[in-house]
Design a binder for this molecule. Sequence first.
Ligand code: TRP
Length: 460
Amino acid sequence: MSDQQTATTSASATGEPGREQWTSRFGFIMAAVGSAVGLGNMWRFAYIASEHGGAAAVLLYVVLTFAVGVPVLIAELVLGRASGRSPIGAMRKELGRGWAPFGFLFILAGALILSYYAVIAGWVLRYALVAITSPFPADAGTYFTDMAAGGPAILFQIVIMAVTVLVVARGVGSGIERLSSFMMPALFLILVGLAIWAATLPGGDEGYAYYLVPRFSELFSLETLAASTSQAFFSLSLGMGAMLTFASYLPRDANLPRDSATIAIADFGVAFVAGLVVFPVVYALGLQSAVSGSTVGALFISLPGAFAAMGGVGRVVGMFFFVALLFGAITSTVSLLEVVVSSMMDERKLRRPVAALIAGGFITLIGLWSALDTNALGFLDAIANSVMLPLGGLVIALGVAWKMPNAIAEAGTGASPRIVKLLTGWLWVLRIAVPPLLIVVLYETIPAAIEAGRVLFGGS
Ligand code: TRP
């Protein structure tokens, strides 16, 4: 009971009176983990690990997550809780008027990511349903190409967006928190179960070896560093105010550094365990060639192909796998939409359901582009995920570290004395370690985004 009470009484210290609140610490953590855990964990992590040196890349990724991701995550939570506002208001209030336009950039990034993320989530929904009604298609490659773009893709994209709007319209506590508090534990249990099952597969050893034996020679390139950093950002939902917005619903006594660590551990844990499912399954069936072909290849062609080849068992296992993936995806689309909706409520005084409907409708329309053309999807991913998020992370790190005089006090509010001692170090990481790293990322990703644009718009 006392938890609940402190949450409500201390709440008045932040934000507008009457701002929505999480109903418990667990609920906030589940919602934040729900945002973090998603397609990125199962779709991109395994791919990046395998392309860039196996366990060597996994190690690098862990270091980046905790040395760079967590400090930026704390910075986002600090901005959100200190201001009790969504991105635009948070930057205006804590960093100064001139920073408010970056808030718009965040909202734009969120809208763009959601537009294509919902299309991919639609593919996932489709596979989850396929498994219930019929065996997986034997020719997964053709099946995927046929359904990835056009009418079927649009249909499932709209279903995903509709569910997302419904959840967000219900609000922070009874919508987002309730959904995540069920879906995240379920996802974790399913994945662990699948990893144990995968360990029994004959022929999976080679898959584990590829995943877990470090190949350090592949590690030391700017490209690997950039890919791992931007993956850590995407996976932790950093750089566009999603975590910031979630923190605006927190009470003053929440322990931001500790919660950040918990979120990062859960996010990495899910990605790692997902790899323990994907690699043995794909290798046991000799389907590894499709994995390196493309990022979506592993998830939407190799795996379904493997499940199809396993007959009845494959159907059950595959259904569980895609349901888990769906849970991860839906809790992420919800967090993306929440940034836009929360901003419309704060800045335009719209009612939540109205804002959810308008934003959801508009983003669905943008998403049609990706649903009709997978090159458009790749282009938007290159712009929003690879360029806008690192840029957003840079803005947050520089803003909190140089323009927020009370940053350390704000980060320390609710934290234990032991953690408070580390906060000076945190500020210096934001000041001098994070910016150069993000600039390296941008140096690698901006040309890639331009290249994706050239592919899309018909150059050579
Ligand atoms: N983190 C999610 C994933 O790994 C995607 C995501 C949700 C996201 N919300 C975000 C990424 C906000 C960046 C910003 O799939």
